[in-house]
Design a protein. Structure first.
Length: 110
């Protein structure tokens, strides 16, 4: 269960780091740039703990799928980047895929 806590932390840090990309203004603003790099570093650090008990394919599927979904949602709020209905359907399919991967994956045997 601790592995999923670290996976959640990795997702949060990666999403925050990605949402900071526009604020870096092509890496010309030091505070957003350093914060973004820190977020990515912490995200990857957390991933190393997540893959201890969860297969890396499952970790990556959850991390990327939920990350893409959250970035799309938060970019609508923070940057007014609204998505067309086709993109929303695609995001729903990503979430469905993450759920299926979790439901039908075998436990990590070591």
């Amino acid at each position: 269960m601790t592995s999923y806590f670290f996976l959640g932390g990795a997702i949060v840090c990666e999403v925050v780091g990605t949402l900071l990309l526009p604020a870096t203004q092509n890496f010309t603003r030091i505070v957003p740039t350093v914060t973004m790099i820190g977020c990515y570093a912490v995200a990857f650090y957390c991933l190393t703990f997540a893959i201890r008990d969860i297969p890396i394919a499952i970790v990556y599927a959850i991390w990327s799928g939920i990350g893409v979904f959250l970035i799309a949602v938060f970019s609508a709020f923070f940057y007014s980047q609204l998505l067309q209905w086709q993109a929303i359907v695609g995001l729903a399919l990503i979430i469905a895929g993450v759920v299926l991967v979790n439901l039908f994956s075998s436990p990590y045997s070591g």
